[in-house]
Each structure stands twice: as structure tokens, then as C-alpha cells.
Design a protein around this ligand. Structure first.
Ligand code: PGA
Length: 236
């Protein structure tokens, strides 16, 4: 299983350090075998002393080594911390920050070339979900345009836009059906994301084809995130 935390625009440099200290100790003490990923804000990145299967990634970066791209970070800034994991295609970047599929594909190609572990997000908005599974799949598959789905170090996160940060997770049936359809097209580990919390972690991780979760809100409290990791461990 892969249990991932997306901090989004939360936590400071100091609170991220405290979070990572607690999480590292937990992973070590509980001898966690699952992969645990944490995506802090760019200002909180550091060379955290992590256990092997606890990795820090970037939420975003510009597909360039370095250069004149105001407000962005590139490979040089990420390399400084030995970070080799990146989140690409998150719905907030697509829908709020306006990244196009073309921008996303360029970013994917650049970081794949650099050998990064890529957590690639897809997910449909509410009006598409309401049209049924065929529309959902057409939409989700269009988000693979320009993406090398055979890339070795690739993890897919299915995150319906309407379930992100709303407290309303997709139903188990919706998750299972969508993941099964995705699996036919992309034979990579599939995560679910969208209002995952302690109370639904067990049932979501038990869904066929679900190989982990990408958690926002409920993961910002380190004890809550550790509890989700504990639930995953108990299932293995
Ligand atoms: P959420 O966010 O857990 O707050 O719904 C998930 C995500 O955006 O990755």
C-alpha cells in the first residue's frame, strides 16, 4: 500500500519539521512496510532524515533545471534536498491554477526524464460524474493525453474533484468501478483520494484495485495520518 499526505497550503517550516519527526519515529517504531509519502509546501522542503519507505515529495515544480520563472522552483532547488518524488496533475493545479493538459504533459515528461517517482492525479468534476461511468472514463482518460503511462516510476491517484476537501468521499461502488476501468488502461498502482479520513480508510483500502490513498485535510494532523498508516498495516 501507498499512504500519501498532501499538505497543500498548510503547515509552516517549523510545524512540518515537527510533523516529520513524529512521523519518522512512528514509521520506525511500528516497522511500517507500506510506502509513506509526504508532500509539504515548497517553503518547508528539507533533507529530512527519513526511513527508507518514508519519502518527501514536491507538490509542484516547473519543468526546468533553473531559469527565469518567477515564483516557481526547478530541478536545482529540489535536488538540493535529494527529493525524487513529485505530484503532477492535481485537480487544484488544473482547475484553480489553470494548468492545461499540455503544461502537465510537459511537466510529466521533464520529471520522468529526471527519473522522479511521479504521483499523477486524474479525476472528474461533479457534472461529469452525474452523466455516468462512460462520461467519467472519457474525461479521466483525456487527462492521460501526452502522458507516458508505461513510465516505470508511476503511481496514479484517482481523485474525483467533487470529493476533494468536501468531506464527501466517492462511494465504494464508484471507486471500485472507476479503478477497475482505469486499470484496463493503466497498469500502475492506483490510489484513491477525496475526503479520505480515519473512519473510511479501512473500507477504501479494501476496495479491489485500490493500492493506497492520497489524503489532504485528514492528514494534516500527524496523529490522524499515523492512524491511517496503522489501519493500512493491519490490513496487510
Ligand atoms: P482531501 O484532499 O483529503 O482534503 O479531500 C485530497 C487531495 O486533494 O489530494
Amino acid at each position: 500500500m501507498i499512504i500519501a499526505s498532501n499538505f497543500k497550503t498548510n503547515h509552516t517550516r517549523a510545524s512540518t519539521k515537527a510533523y516529520m519527526d513524529t512521523l519518522s519515529k512512528f514509521v520506525e517504531k511500528e516497522a511500517i512496510k507500506d510506502d509513506v509519502l509526504v508532500f509539504p509546501t515548497a517553503t518547508s522542503l528539507d533533507s529530512f532524515a527519513c526511513h527508507d519507505n518514508l519519502r518527501v515529495g514536491v507538490q509542484n515544480a516547473y519543468p526546468v533545471e533553473k531559469g527565469s520563472f518567477t515564483g516557481e522552483i526547478g530541478l536545482e532547488q529540489i535536488d538540493e534536498f535529494g527529493i525524487k518524488t513529485i505530484l503532477i496533475g492535481h485537480s487544484e493545479r488544473r482547475h484553480i491554477l489553470g494548468e492545461s493538459q499540455e503544461d502537465i504533459a510537459k511537466k510529466f515528461a521533464f520529471f520522468a526524464e529526471a527519473g522522479f517517482e511521479i504521483v499523477y492525479c486524474v479525476g472528474e468534476p461533479k457534472e461529469v460524474r452525474e452523466e455516468g461511468i462512460e462520461a467519467v472514463m472519457t474525461y479521466n482518460l483525456s487527462q492521460f493525453e501526452g502522458i507516458d503511462t508505461n513510465y516505470d516510476n508511476l503511481i496514479i491517484a484517482y481523485e474525483p474533484v467533487w470529493a476533494i476537501g468536501t468531506g464527501l468521499s466517492a462511494s465504494n461502488e464508484q471507486i471500485e468501478e472507476t479503478l477497475s476501468e482505469l486499470k484496463k488502461h493503466v497498469d500502475k498502482p492506483l490510489l484513491y483520494g477525496g475526503s479520505v479520513k480515519e473512519v473510511n480508510t479501512k473500507e477504501i483500502l479494501s476496495i479491489k484495485h485500490c493500492e493506497g490513498v492520497l489524503v489532504g485535510t485528514a492528514s494534516w494532523d500527524v496523529d490522524s495520518f499515523c492512524e491511517m498508516i496503522r489501519i493500512s498495516k493491519a490490513l496487510s
